[in-house]
Every structure is written in structure tokens, then in C-alpha cells.
Design a protein around this ligand. Structure first.
Ligand SMILES: O=C(O)CCC(=O)C(=O)O
Ligand SMILES: [Fe+2]
Length: 332
């Protein structure tokens, strides 16, 4: 039974049934035209975005990738990964058409079905093989997602090569390539319009568990990155055709802390629906991750221990989004 507008979801089991079991998602809630946010989505005050903490004059670096082997470009990538942990790339090799197609496919998918978390619905696609993707992924988006992943691989390899060079790791053999990018997951995120955006979050504060994340966002905006001073938040402005790149915990650990996996969050929006499509480039679940041996051989003191990547990810998902605390799991 659909819940009535006059008494929407005072009972949590009705809400869970509507959003999850019946598959309506947060999208279903948004489209009911609720006057107020259901209480289950109201976040504690300290987790809500306070606009006085936004640093409007700051922005993360925007890097032109037309000449990825140019020394100045290499330098700006490594500096951005050390200082910010976040940057946007423009003039990369992923065709704008591929990006547009995967955004359209995301809209199409959420026209069909949804599941829920925070004020956000998402579909998570773990890549195993093309055959499996053809068998299991929704047909409305699988071609576009596969194309987006395939075409992004070039830029992912370029970035990892440059970032490794910045650590004086000049050879990426098969084992290292697998450690850096042995598994990939693409999420289709949908943040429906929200009746009380200031009371909730699209995605709470977190850092990613990936090596690198490649994020495509639409033109709405709402992604904020923790500024260098630790208190403020910096908006990541949508730039058509760009990809947002961020360092994840696995790369922070492997680089022995040189590259930073930075907290970020997504605010809910009172006027527009928003989509984003991150590719999480990860080690394999069975890999041990820790500071790269080359760094230790060069005399660096390790600040992280070796951990099984699947244990690290399990640890991340055991707790609610809670900022940067996951990485403490690997600290020595
Ligand atoms: O939607 C976004 O812009 C970011 C999403 C995100 O941080 C994530 O899925 O890990
Ligand atoms: Fe994230």
C-alpha cells in the first residue's frame, strides 16, 4: 500500500518497505511531493552542511591532459594528489560522447528501478568480465557503462604512471598494475530532489577506499571536498567534459602518506535531481596493501602496515560514513 501524504512514514518499517522492499528508492519519496523530509533522513546537526564553512574563493586544481607526458603536467598531477587529493581533468582521452551516454543511461536506469542509501539511490556494478556484465547488468545501461570503463582505462593508466613516477617508482609490472587497478566498480548515483535538503545529506563525509576514483558528474553541482585547513569545504564546480579525480585510501597507504585521500560529501538539493557516475579503481580483494616496497627500500619509515584489502573494505562498510577514520585501521 502506498503511504498517505497526510501521515508519511511515521512508522520506519513502512518507510523501509516502500523505499527498499518495493524498490521505489529515495526517488519514489521525492516524487510523492512530500512537504517535509521523513524523520529517518534527518541527520545530526554536526553532519549537515553548514554554508558558512564553504570556502567560495578556493578551488581544486584543473589539469589539462592534452599532453600527459609533459613534465609540467606530470608535476601538477603529483602536486595535486599530494596537496589536495582531488583534481579535475580536462582534454583527457575519454570522448565526451561516452560521458554523455553513461549519464543518459543513468537517467534511464533510474526511470526503471532503484535501491536506497541516505538521500540517494544507487546501482553498484562490480566488473568481473564482459560476459558477466552482459549476463547480469541491466541492459538499459550496460553498454554505456562498459564503454565508459574501457575508455577511461587509458587515462587511469596515464595517471597511475605519473603518480608512481612521482614516488620514484618507474616500472609498473603486471603485479604492480594488478595491485593498483586489479578490480573496478562503477556506481550510478541518483540524488532525487529533496523537500528539506538542509536537514539531510546526499552522501555523508567519507574518503573512498579506492586507489583512484574517476568521477563524472552532471551540471547540478553539490560535491564538496574538505579544504586543506581541515575545517572548510570546497565546492567542485561541474565542468562539461571534465572528470573529477580523487586519491583513495589504498593509494594513500601505498604511497606511505604522500598522496592524500581526502574527505568529501554530497549535499542534498531542494530544486534539482542530480546524477554522478564514479569508477572506483581498486586493488583486488585478495591483495595485501601497504607502503610500496620501493619506498621502504629508499629508506622511508613505513607509517602503515600491510593489510588484506578485503579486510580494509569490510572495515569501511562495518561503520556508518565517518570521515577519515577508516585509514586508521592500517596505521602502525
Ligand atoms: O556524487 C558525487 O559527486 C560523489 C559520490 C561519492 O563520493 C562516492 O560515491 O563515493
Ligand atoms: Fe566518494
Amino acid at each position: 500500500m502506498a503511504p498517505s501524504l497526510s501521515e508519511p512514514f511515521s512508522d520506519s518499517s513502512v518507510l523501509i518497505d516502500f523505499v527498499i522492499n518495493q524498490g521505489n528508492g529515495v526517488k519514489g519519496l521525492s516524487e510523492m511531493g512530500l512537504k517535509a523530509l521523513p524523520k529517518q533522513y534527518i541527520q545530526p546537526l554536526e553532519e549537515r552542511m553548514c554554508m558558512t564553512n564553504v570556502q567560495a574563493q578556493e578551488s581544486i586544481p584543473i589539469i589539462d591532459m592534452s599532453n600527459p607526458n609533459d613534465l609540467e603536467v606530470e608535476k601538477s598531477i603529483c602536486e595535486a594528489a599530494s596537496k589536495w587529493g582531488f583534481f579535475q581533468i580536462v582534454n583527457h582521452d575519454v570522448p565526451v560522447e561516452v560521458l554523455e551516454n553513461v549519464k543518459d543511461a543513468t537517467y534511464k536506469f533510474f526511470g526503471l528501478a532503484a535501491e536506497a542509501l541516505e538521500w540517494k539511490d544507487y546501482l553498484s556494478l562490480f566488473y568481473v568480465s564482459e560476459e558477466e556484465a552482459f549476463a547480469l547488468w541491466p541492459s538499459v545501461c550496460r553498454e554505456q557503462v562498459l564503454d565508459y570503463m574501457r575508455k577511461s582505462e587509458v587515462v587511469i593508466k596515464q595517471l597511475l604512471k605519473v603518480l608512481m613516477k612521482g614516488l620514484n617508482v618507474n616500472e609498473i609490472d603486471e603485479t604492480k598494475e594488478s595491485l593498483l587497478m586489479g578490480s573496478m566498480r562503477t556506481n550510478l548515483n541518483y540524488y532525487p530532489k529533496c523537500p528539506n535538503p538542509e536537514l539531510t545529506v546526499g552522501v555523508g563525509r567519507h574518503s573512498d577506499v579506492s586507489t583512484l576514483t574517476i568521477l563524472l558528474q552532471d551540471e547540478i553541482g553539490g560535491l564538496f571536498v574538505r579544504g586543506n585547513d581541515g575545517d572548510n569545504w570546497i565546492h567542485v564546480p561541474p565542468i562539461k567534459g571534465s572528470l573529477v579525480i580523487n586519491v583513495g585510501d589504498a593509494l594513500q597507504i601505498m604511497s606511505n602518506g604522500k598522496y592524500k585521500s581526502v574527505e568529501h560529501r554530497v549535499v542534498a538539493n531542494g530544486s534539482n535531481n542530480r546524477i554522478s557516475v564514479p569508477i572506483f579503481v581498486n586493488p583486488r580483494p585478495s591483495d595485501m596493501i601497504g607502503p610500496l616496497p620501493e619506498l621502504i627500500e629508499n629508506g622511508e619509515k613505513p607509517i602503515y602496515k600491510q593489510v588484506l584489502y578485503s579486510d580494509y573494505v569490510k572495515h569501511f562498510f562495518r561503520k556508518a560514513h565517518d570521515g577519515k577514520k577508516t585509514v586508521a585501521f592500517a596505521e602502525l
